[in-house]
Each structure stands twice: as C-alpha cells, then as structure tokens.
Write a protein that binds this ligand. Sequence first.
Ligand code: PLP
Length: 481
Amino acid sequence: MDIEAFRRYGHQLVDWVAEYRRGMEGRAVMSGVAPGKIRGMLPARAPEVGEEFEAVLEDLERVILPGITHWNHPSFFAYFPSNMSLAAVLAELAIAGLGPQCMSWQTSPAATELEEVMMEWLREMLGLPEEFSGAIQDTASTATLCALLCARERSTDFGMNRGGLQAERAPLVVYASDQVHSSMDKAALLAGLGKENVRLIETDEAHGMRAEALSAAVEEDERAGRRPCAVVATVGTTGTTAVDPVAQAAEIAVRHGMWLHVDAAMAGAAMILPECRWMWEGVERADSVVVNPHKWMGTGFDFSAYYVRDSRHLIRVMSTNPSVLQTARDGEVKNYRDWGIPLGRRFRALKFWFLVREQGVTGLRERLRRDMGNAAWLKKAVDEEGEWERMAPVTLQTVCIRHVPTGNQDEAWLGAHNLAIAEKVNRSGRAYLTPAVLKGKQMLRVSIGAELTELRHVEALWKELRVAAKEEAGGGIRGGG
Ligand code: PLP
C-alpha cells in the first residue's frame, strides 16, 4: 500500500468507525451469529495475490461486523465495562502508525519516558503513595502472575537461581478469598505453587474476605510446616465488586512475612474518586497493586497498571541481560522489558495520555460518578420491587439481583428461571448482561459503566428484566415451594 492509498483508505476507515460508533445504539448488543457462521464466510486459504483494499473494507462490514458484540454499546451491562474511548481509538491509530517496539529506553525513548510519567499521573490520581512505581502490563492476569513470581522469589531468597521450587523443603502457600478472580488460580499454577497450596478463604455476607479466617488458615499452615508466601486481596471482586479488608490483610501479611498483592483490576478506576478510597484503606502497605484502566476508565484494551513498592525486587526477578539487549544508557534509564514478562512491548502509554488530556481527571471522575448514580437508581428500584432480590451490596456500579416469584424457593427452579431471563434479554439484542453463580445461587449481574450508558438505558434494562421475568414465570412450570 502506498502512502496516498493509505491516506485515502485511512480517511474512509475513520469515517467508517465514526458511523459505527454513531449508529451503535441501533444494533443488537450481543452478536447473534451461530457458531461457524463467520468462519463459513472466510476463505480456507490465504489469497495468493493481493486484493483491492476496497474489498477488505467491504468485508469488514459484511463478514466481521455481524460477529461483533458491541462492548461500547450503551446497553452493554455484561462482564465489566471495557471502554475504548474515542481518544484512545485515535491513540491506537497513532501507535500503529508509529509502530515502535518499546522494550528498552533506547528502542524509543519517548515511549519509556511517557510511560514513566503516565504511571506517575495515574498513581497520583489513585492516591497511591510516592514509593510506588510501576509499568504497564497487558492484563491484570499477567500482573498477578508477576506478583506471585515476586512473592515466590522473596520467600525463597531467590530460589530460582538455585534449584527453583523443586529444591524447596516446604511448600509455599497463597491465600485469597473464595470470590477471587480465576486469574489468581492461574497465576498460582503458572508460578509452580500447585493447586494444593492455594487457600480460598471464606467470605462474609458482603462477600469480602474474613480476616480472622485468613489469620487462622495462615497459622494452621505454619503449624503444619508449610510456608505462607502471599495474600491476594481483591478490591472489587468480579462477581459483586466486594472488597476484602486490605488493612487487616496487610497486618497479617506483615506478621507472617507474606507478600500482599491488591487486585483492584475493576474497582481501581474508582480510586480516582476520593469518596471511594475507603475501599482500599491500607493499600499503602501492599507490595504490589494492579488497576485496569482498560476496564471502566476508558483507555481501551489493553492497559493494565501494575505498581510495586520495591521496583528493584521486580527487576531482579524479571531481568535478563543478553548482550544483544544491552545499551550504553542502561545505567541511566528505565528498561521496561525488565518490569514484566514479555520482552516486546506496545506503546500503550500513548492511550492514557490521549485519554486523560482529552477528558481531564474531572471529566473521568464525573463519568464514574454518573455510573455509580445509575447503579444506585437500579438498586433502589430493585429494593422497592416485590419478587426481586438483591444478592450483594452495591459498592460501585455492579448490581447483582435475581427474580424470586412469590412462593417459589426451589433453588434449581430459580436457577433455571433466572438463566432463562438473562437468555431472553440477551437474545432480544436490546441489552446484554451476564448471569453468574454466587455461593450456589444463580444471579443476574448488571455491570453499569459503558461510556454511552445513561439513566434511560438502565431504566430500559430494568423494564426488559421485569417483562422477561413475568413471561418466563408465566410460561414455566413452577417447582418447589
Ligand atoms: N481481577 C479482577 C478482579 C477482575 O474482575 C478481572 C476481570 O474481570 C481480572 C482480574 C482479569 O483481568 P484481565 O482480563 O486484565 O486479566
């Protein structure tokens, strides 16, 4: 493609994205295609000779678009918000246009220095103390793996430089609540700690970790000759945005020489609101923290901010230093390749820079407060409605509910009934939400926070849910009570 063709198609594509964003509200939120449908529209083999680029752009609309679920749709209430703000879309274009590989300072000094400053901006926005410094990772899953690797090496005094875990005398144990995200289990397995050495600690009625149960589990492991290694405290669990008691977890971690990792992947964005900071009180004592601006904040996937209190320890765990990567500036600069797992790195800092400059911290705060206000509206509506049950406190923007028709308490029936409600709403294309199981009970999880979501969309969802519930309850055979 020559430059003039790029210019022409580039303008066309930007117009296409603008039209897509403008018309998104009219589309079905969840893609309704059957499995194999998109594959069936794709040729089995790569084209032998290049095609006209018009054909590629046409196929973007014809082949790809039907198979897209619209995460930026105003009636997207599934999983968690994954806002790709338009400023971040433009940043992605600039990043791709520049095409740098940002593994070392020398491979693009602007990328490293912008990342340093953006991590400082974000740290300050979140109210984290100055001793924290960090690097952008692809996901919270990677950040949590980094945390557990660092914890493992601190507990074993760099056993990786000897026989690794295989040479350790006693197993290392990791603790998290029974509501922890599955990325913690995965990280523990990948770090070689073993499933048997992961303790899922009981949670209270608000679904936060019980500190006394954590303390008891740690003491029991110590008595049995095992070595407590790390605690993962979640601020904003995936299911209900519950919060673990970070300050108490920090106390216990310090007492037993454990690493404390705070997973605030989802709720971290809300820490830019001073009124929400109670949620992670004690975070200053953590060894590492992860916050995902690619969720609610708007940088677009992928951008996960990983902060540590002791960056030298992180670098010692992660750095490799082959001659091909060494540069004359190594003593004076940060080489972010040593701050995480991959060598190659995208220029993600640019997305945050574009986003924050365009919206300002005030703009971001206003939007988050709007979403929390909308969640509070739904909470009130649910609480005032008979036959609907709220399953968890509404700490942020997630409202967990279920429909319980009068006189019907049979869990199996309620589970199937609520799943059917979710299926009906999702299939309608008018809204999209995620059903999930909370402590054995099927619930409907409404996660509010797409950039375009206004109160009217939440009101419309609430209406959809009630209509679907009525239709399902009327059509089904009631079991149980
Ligand atoms: N931690 C929590 C609390 C989450 O809610 C999620 C995703 O929903 C993750 C971790 C994983 O995030 P990522 O997709 O960035 O790995």
